[in-house]
Ligand binder design. Structure first.
Ligand SMILES: Cc1cc2nc3c(=O)[nH]c(=O)nc-3n(C[C@H](O)[C@H](O)[C@H](O)COP(=O)(O)OP(=O)(O)OC[C@H]3O[C@@H](n4cnc5c(N)ncnc54)[C@H](O)[C@@H]3O)c2cc1C
Length: 442
C-alpha cells in the first residue's frame, strides 16, 4: 500500500520527553509534528521543582544560557522526621549549578518556543485517542478529529501511556509500581522567602529538602507507609509535596491530600509555609517500577520515551533528565530508521542500544532493587529510625543530670533488643545490598 505521510515523525506528548524527541528530529531537517492534548504544554504536568542542567544543556545546546530559571538548586537536605523532631543532613555547594528550579509551565513554555524556532509543527489541544496501523505496523495516530500519518511515531504521553498499553508494549504495571504524589505551592513576597530560607536576592541559591518519616499527626500508628515528602524553593514561592506508594494508600484507605495535610502540620514544616498564600494544588503519579518494569521500548513504527517507558530514578527524584535524554535518543533512533528507510522493530531496536550506552538504562539497572528493598523496610525508614535518631539526640542534647554513659548503654540495648533483632539485621542487609548494587552497577 502506498501511504501518504503527513510528516517524517509524529510525537505524542508535549512534556520534556516529547519535546526533546521532536527537537532532535527537527534539528536534522526532518518534518516533525508534536501533538499535545492540553491547551498549552506543561499545563497538565507536575513535578517537585528541579530540572537538571546537564540534560538541559544537551537539549538547549547554544541556547542554554538563555534559559530563564527561578533559582539554582544547590542546597540539598535529607531530613528524618519524628512526631516533634527533625534530624537534618545538608549538603551545600555555592558554586554548583547542577539543577535549576523552574515552574513546569515555564519549562515547557521555553522548550516549546525552542522547538518551534527549529521548525517543529506543534499542535496543542490535540488528544491522540488511538494509533493507526497497517499490517501490524504503526503508521500514524488518530486524534479526536482526524488522522495524522508518519512512518515513525514516538509515544511520550507520560506515566499512564494509554497508547503504549493499547499497542501492547506495556502491560503489567501494578499499583505497587506507582507513587501517588500531591503538591501545594505557597507564594510569598521575595524578601520574605529570602529571609525565611536564607536565600540570595540574585537567585544564585535555592533549597531542596527530602523528608523521611511518617510517624506524626494523624499518620501515627500507620505501619509500612512508604512515603517521602519534599520541598523546593523558587523565586517567590515554595513547593511542598508528598509521595506515597499507591498500594500503601489503598491498603490503608488513605487519601493523598489528607497525608499532605499532616505533612503541612508537622512542627518543623509548618513554619516554612506559614503566611504563604496557597496558589496551586496538583496531584500526579510517578512510575517507580524501575529497570524490572521497563516495557518493550519499540515495535514496528513506534518508540516509547520518558515516563511512558517508566524512566525515573525515584531515589534521587530524577525524572526530567531521563525524559529529556530518552526523548533525544528516541529522536535519534527515528532518524536512523528514516535514513535506512526501514521502520521495522529490528531497525528501531537501535533505540535500546542508545539507552544502554547512556546513563538511563545503566542507572535504572544499578538502582533496580533499591526501591523494592527500601519498600520492604519502609517501617524502619519511616517510623523506627526517625524515632531512634530522636532518642539518641535527646540524650546528647538534654543535659538532664543523668550520666551520659548509662543513657547511651540503655539506648544501645533498646536499639538492639527493643524490637525483634531480626528486623535490624534485615535492615542492615537491605541497606548494604542497596549500596553494593550501586557500587557494582553499570
Ligand atoms: C510529584 C512529582 C515530583 C517530581 N519531581 C521531580 C523533580 O524535582 N525533578 C525531576 O527531574 N523530575 C521530577 N519528577 C518526574 C518528572 O516530572 C517526570 O519524570 C517528567 O515530567 C516526565 O516527562 P515526560 O515528558 O515523559 O511526561 P510528562 O511530563 O507527563 O508529559 C506527558 C505529556 O503528554 C501529554 N499527553 C498524554 N496523553 C496524551 C494524548 N493521548 N494525546 C496528546 N497528548 C498527551 C500530557 O498532556 C503531557 O503534556 C517528579 C514527578 C512528580 C509527579
Amino acid at each position: 500500500m502506498n501511504i501518504e505521510y503527513n510528516a517524517d515523525v509524529i510525537v505524542v506528548g508535549g512534556g520534556p520527553a516529547g519535546i526533546s524527541a521532536a527537537l532532535e528530529v527537527a534539528r536534522a531537517g526532518r518534518k516533525v509534528v508534536l501533538l499535545e492534548r492540553s491547551h498549552y504544554a506543561g499545563s497538565k504536568n507536575m513535578y517537585g521543582g528541579a530540572v537538571y542542567t546537564h540534560a538541559l544543556k544537551e537539549v538547549f545546546q547554544e541556547d542554554f544560557d538563555k534559559i530563564s530559571y527561578e533559582r539554582v538548586i544547590n542546597s540539598h537536605t535529607w531530613a528524618f522526621l519524628s512526631e516533634d523532631s527533625s534530624f537534618e543532613l545538608t549538603y551545600k555547594n555555592s558554586s554548583n549549578n547542577h539543577a535549576y528550579a523552574i515552574k513546569r509551565f515555564n519549562l515547557e513554555k521555553q522548550l516549546i518556543e525552542l522547538v518551534k524556532s527549529k521548525g517543529v509543527y506543534f499542535c496543542p489541544d490535540t488528544l491522540v485517542v488511538d494509533l493507526v496501523t497497517n499490517e501490524n505496523r504503526v503508521i500514524g495516530v488518530k486524534t479526536s478529529i482526524e488522522e495524522y500519518l508518519a512512518p515513525v511515531v514516538i509515544l511520550a504521553d507520560g506515566v499512564n501511556s494509554l497508547l503504549a498499553r493499547k499497542i501492547g508494549l506495556r502491560q503489567d504495571f501494578k499499583r505497587h509500581d506507582f507513587i501517588l504524589s500531591a503538591k501545594e505551592v505557597y507564594k510569598f513576597d521575595k524578601k520574605t522567602i529570602e529571609t525565611k530560607f536564607n536565600l540570595k536576592e540574585d537567585l544564585s541559591n535555592g533549597i531542596n529538602k527530602q523528608y523521611f518519616g511518617s510517624d506524626f499527626g494523624k499518620l501515627k500508628g500507620y505501619k509500612n507507609l512508604f512515603m517521602m515528602s519534599f520541598l523546593y524553593t523558587f523565586k517567590d514561592s515554595v513547593a511542598l509535596g508528598v509521595g506515597v506508594n499507591l498500594e500503601d494508600l489503598s491498603k490503608n484507605k488513605l487519601n493523598i491530600s489528607d497525608v499532605l495535610d499532616e505533612v503541612k502540620k508537622h512542627p518543623h514544616i509548618a513554619p516554612l509555609i506559614e503566611n504563604g498564600e496557597m496558589i496551586e494544588y496538583s496531584a500526579h503519579l510517578i512510575p517507580e517500577g524501575g529497570y524490572k518494569k521497563v516495557p518493550a521500548l519499540y515495535s514496528d513504527g513506534v518508540i516509547v520515551a520518558g515516563d511512558a517507558a517508566g524512566f525515573v530514578n525515584g531515589v534521587h527524584f530524577e525524572g526530567t533528565n531521563f525524559a529529556l535524554i530518552s526523548g533525544k535518543l528516541a529522536g535519534k533512533a527515528a532518524l536512523h530508521a528514516l535514513e535506512k528507510e526501514d521502520f521495522s522493530a529490528s531497525t528501531l531496536s537501535v533505540y535500546r542500544k542508545y539507552l544502554e550506552n547512556s546513563f538511563i538504562l545503566k542507572d535504572l539497572y544499578s538502582y533496580r532493587n533499591i526501591i523494592n528493598n527500601l519498600y520492604k523496610r519502609s517501617n524502619s525508614l519511616s517510623v523506627y529510625y526517625p524515632n531512634k535518631i530522636k532518642e539518641f539526640f535527646e540524650i546528647i542534647t538534654s543535659a538532664n543530670c543523668t550520666s551520659k554513659s548509662s543513657q547511651i548503654r540503655k539506648f544501645a540495648y533498646n536499639f538492639i533488643f527493643g524490637r525483634n533483632p531480626l528486623d535490624t539485621i534485615k535492615d542492615m542487609f537491605a541497606f548494604l545490598k542497596c549500596a553494593l548494587d550501586v557500587f557494582f552497577g553499570k
